[in-house]
Ligand binder design. Structure first.
Ligand code: HEC
Length: 209
């Protein structure tokens, strides 16, 4: 009798161990709901695999919506965006303005002259910032380039909240120049000291006289 109770204690211990081991399965195992409970007896819908923390939503946003925080544009809208053009007059100063904006906001990634060899950009392990002469960029319509600058693209941050629409359209104009013109404009700006540059940009923005 004593022997038998000894064995049942062992069985209970083994069963407990099995339960503990099962419960220790990595959350996210297929077929298991992921939740706060160590032992998942009743799978619950709000812990299901369909949408986890830090994952983008799986459903497309309604047509014509545009996330203020950037990211992407609803598929239905891509065509409209592609056909958008600048509402601002383009004159001889537009590219100069863009070069000033570029020097402060883009050059660390896209390179001092837009050739994709910026100090920060070269640290990108997966996707390097492209050169503005890259087919990837030259094949963008003005509207598409404008949308990418505002909303961000892949690893590139969104500039919608940082740069005015006029600054962003000016950048599109800079992108649309030949590599030679772009380099000359950017070289000229890079030759000017930071304080003078900022002053000139503030003039363009109508903040100082
Ligand atoms: C932090 C680094 C970084 C900064 C700053 C940055 N970019 Fe980019 N940019 C990238 C990377 C990386 C890509 C490639 C995106 C990808 O595929 O992940 C890119 C792509 C682009 C594209 C192509 C987008 C497309 O739709 O294919 C344009 C246009 C562009 N950048 C313009 C700019 C302009 C203009 C600025 C300054 C206002 C700027 N970028 C600032 C990193 C940067």
């Amino acid at each position: 009798v004593r022997h038998r109770s000894h064995r049942s204690v062992l069985i209970v211990m083994a069963a407990t161990l099995a339960v503990v081991l099962l419960a220790a399965c990595k959350p996210g195992d297929p077929g298991r709901s992921v939740g706060a409970y160590p032992i998942d007896i009743f799978p619950e819908m709000h812990y299901s695999q369909s949408h986890k923390a830090q994952e983008p939503p799986r459903f497309m946003p309604p047509a014509e919506s545009y996330p203020r925080t950037g990211g992407f544009i609803a598929v239905a809208d891509i065509e409209d965006v592609a056909n958008t053009t600048s509402p601002y007059p383009v004159d001889s100063t537009t590219v100069r303005r863009a070069a000033l904006v570029f020097a402060q906001n883009c050059s660390m990634c896209h390179g001092l002259t837009g050739e994709g060899n910026g100090t920060v950009g070269s640290k990108f392990a997966i996707v390097q910032p492209p050169s503005f002469s890259d087919a990837r960029i030259t094949s963008l319509s003005p509207g598409e380039a404008y949308a990418s600058i505002g909303g961000g693209s892949g690893f590139m941050p969104a500039f919608e909240g940082l740069l005015s629409e006029e600054d962003r359209w000016a950048l599109v104009e800079l992108i649309n120049q030949t590599a030679q013109v772009r380099r000359a404009e950017l070289d000229a700006v890079n030759g000017v000291d930071e304080i003078t540059r900022t002053g000139e940009l503030l003039q363009f923005r109508g903040i100082v006289e």
